[in-house]
Design a protein around this ligand. Structure first.
Ligand code: PLP
Length: 340
């Protein structure tokens, strides 16, 4: 039975739950991971994760269905992405089986904190891989910690899907052209804190970053990917080696084509071409789908569908995606993993 919490009004905040998973990598191999009630990491002051950013993370959710079953959405994709990130930063891969088992164990151990069906809430899982140990020179660590912790988070949208405005950023980049933009690492976020803060102070939800080489194409929002819908029934999302490959985005590309009958396209999205979009949104595990009302681009302000109402295609995509995640709509094969 879920514990007593104000499920309808959960935000996106840290909450210390009873259990988390932890595994140590030593002498070239992963030791057996386990659950622990200790929420504090004890690591060397010289850990490469702290100094040189040798760390990676993931984010996925556990959903409670109408029948009370708890399920994960495409955790194998998170496992594979963490492996690609690990390769980029010379960290050991966490095997897919180990990753999924850890996510299931943490969800099961904290199952009373998985929000009830119908509240829109979910259990957010945060896997983290860090290089630790006594090293001060710039080189990869010999030892690593893989941990997964969790917390209940609320429905992003209390009164339905409400569009917000974004600021197109021409001064700062979140990643370099051939840097770590496609890796889910804290360093990209460190680079985005200042522009993100400036955008929020100016009244925008967040920044939309441009391609770092030419600043002519849309890349993504700081923590979510961008998509647009055209009057010709196309679902278009930018393609670039410095965008973080969002699992939500790839799921939407599939659903747009197979379930909504749209033409799903990954291509360049030029800032000068925004007029062709009748709707636009930001997508990611945390944001789900966040409709974009308008974008400020220098002196110009461009509205997509409306600043106050969600567009019909964005709404359909949202209903299809969340219907699958909460078990109300049949999922494409392999997308759902039951926590048992
Ligand atoms: C995690 C993340 C996303 C969203 O990816 P999902 O797999 O859909 O959660 C988008 N952009 C950045 C920069 C991210 O770190």
């Amino acid at each position: 039975m879920p514990v007593e919490l104000d499920w309808e009004n959960l935000g996106f905040s840290y909450m210390k739950l009873p259990y988390r998973y932890i595994a140590y990598y030593k002498n070239g191999q992963w030791e057996e991971g386990r659950l622990t009630d200790d929420a504090t990491l004890h690591i060397s002051e010289s850990s490469p994760a702290l100094h040189y950013g040798q760390q990676a993370f993931e984010g996925l959710k556990a959903y409670r269905t109408k029948s009370g079953v708890i399920q994960l959405f495409r955790p194998d994709e998170n496992a594979k992405r963490l492996q690609r990130t690990a390769d980029r930063l010379l960290m050991p891969q966490v095997p897919t089986d180990m990753f999924i088992k850890a996510c299931k164990q943490v969800t099961k151990a904290n199952e009373d904190y998985v929000p009830p069906y119908g509240t829109g809430g979910t259990l957010y899982l945060r896997p983290l891989l860090i290089g630790v140990g006594d090293i001060i020179g710039v080189k990869p660590a010999d030892e690593y910690i893989f941990t997964v912790f969790a917390m209940p988070v609320g429905n992003y949208f209390k009164g339905g899907l409400v569009p917000t405005n974004f600021l197109i950023q021409d001064e700062y980049d979140r990643a370099a052209p051939h840097g770590t933009g496609a890796a889910k690492v804290g360093g990209n976020y460190a680079a985005s804190l200042l522009p993100g803060d400036q955008a929020k102070k100016a009244g925008f939800s967040d920044v939309i970053y441009l391609d770092p080489a030419t600043h002519t194409k849309i890349e993504e929002v700081g923590s979510a990917n961008f998509f647009g819908i055209t009057a010709n029934n196309e679902f278009i999302t930018p393609i670039s080696p410095s965008i973080l490959p969002s699992i939500t985005k790839y799921s939407l590309l599939y659903l747009a084509e197979k379930r909504l009958g749209l033409k799903a396209i990954e291509s360049d999205v030029f800032v000068d071409d925004l007029e062709k979009f009748t709707e636009a949104g930001a997508c990611g595990t945390a944001a789900v789908i966040s409709p974009i009302g308008g974008v400020q681009n220098g002196d110009a302000f461009h509205v997509f569908y409306s600043e106050t109402e969600v567009g019909p295609v964005t709404q359909q995509l949202y209903d299809e995606l969340t219907g699958i995640q909460f078990g109300d709509i049949e999922a494409p094969e392999g997308w759902i993993v039951i926590v048992d």
